[in-house]
Design a protein around this ligand. Structure first.
Ligand SMILES: CC(C)(COP(=O)(O)OP(=O)(O)OC[C@H]1O[C@@H](n2cnc3c(N)ncnc32)[C@H](O)[C@@H]1OP(=O)(O)O)[C@@H](O)C(=O)NCCC(=O)NCCS
Length: 272
């Protein structure tokens, strides 16, 4: 039986509200996101503008939308090297459904891979928030690095397993300068780079660069991993698809000769 217009309306108005949201209002035949009808948004704004609007609640300025768009592109893929891509491809090979492979890939995020963006944003935001009105970048950066050294913890957003200089980080910082999107957080990140390069010879990676810029764009650190995910999803999807259509199902990712067993020698149960 078809639902009449009145009863459809009641679906949305009857009873005490149990959920609260400031993101999207849904009415019969009308969907309003952050105050804008989705009919107006579709075809008029870019995907990155929609991401900005959803997460921050306001439309970005043109330069902010160009910056976020570049950040999302910079997160998109890093070949088969990251643990998340490997996990997703292993699952695809085993015959898991696409959404399960992607979920498996996302679950491989950790402090060494993908998790660094949020850690870095949190650290930069806390540091800037708790600093006085004057910024002496050199000593702020030195204190920042000292705190990590004291705890023997690696600084999130710096160093890379494959790159001495992460080409994405260099490009995104250049764009942020061009788009006038560099603020205190990126300045602090750049100052930290000076200090850590001096002592360890390592540079900022893409998470470190983007964490400064996203913080300067006003994104709360709690949104960092989510924004990384938005950028990385197309990469993960293409890897899962490639694995499924190009490689033999349930392929051997390595030979048995490559597996080294160093556990207990063979033994008898005895005495049971
Ligand atoms: C990415 C990462 C795991 C690479 O680690 P790695 O390959 O073991 O790094 P390296 O062996 O090249 O490190 C060389 C030296 O720099 C140090 N180092 C590397 N990254 C460091 C960091 N972020 N902070 C402080 N010191 C760091 C290492 O301890 C090592 O010092 P040592 O020679 O005195 O022992 C590491 O840099 C890291 O944990 N970075 C922070 C997390 C992060 O940003 N991840 C996202 C990567 S895109």
């Amino acid at each position: 039986m078809a639902i009449g217009k009145e009863s459809l309306k009641n679906l949305f108005t009857v009873g005490k509200p149990k959920w609260r949201t400031a993101i999207t209002r849904v009415e019969p035949n009308n969907i309003i996101t952050r105050g804008h009808s989705q009919e107006d948004l579709i075809g008029n704004i870019s995907f990155s503008e929609m991401v900005y609007l959803l997460i921050k609640g306001e439309m970005p300025l043109k330069k902010e939308s160009k910056m976020l768009s570049a950040i999302l592109v910079s997160f998109c893929d890093h070949g088969v090297t990251p643990p998340s891509t490997q996990a997703a491809r292993l699952m695809a090979s085993a015959g898991s459904k696409v959404h399960a492979c992607i979920a498996g890939g996302l679950l491989a995020f950790g402090k060494n891979h993908a998790g660094a963006i949020e850690e870095s944003m949190k650290a930069l935001q806390n540091y800037i928030q708790n600093s006085g009105p004057e910024y002496d970048w050199e000593s702020l950066a030195q204190n920042f690095v000292n705190e990590y050294i004291k705890e023997d913890v690696k600084i999130p957003g710096f160093g890379h397993r494959y790159h001495y200089e992460d080409p994405r980080a260099i490009k995104i910082i250049k764009l942020a300068q061009e788009y006038d999107c560099i603020g205190k957080h990126t300045q602090l990140a750049l100052a930290i780079q000076e200090v850590i390069f001096e002592s360890k010879g390592i540079k900022m990676n893409i998470d470190g660069a983007n964490s400064g810029i996203l913080s300067d764009l006003g994104f709360d650190w709690r949104t960092g991993t989510g924004i990384f995910m938005i950028g990385r999803l197309p990469g993960l999807i293409s890897h899962v698809y490639e694995e499924k259509v190009r490689e033999p199902e349930f392929r051997k990712f390595f030979d048995v000769e490559e597996i080294y067993y160093d556990g207990q020698e063979d033994r008898q149960l005895g005495g049971l």
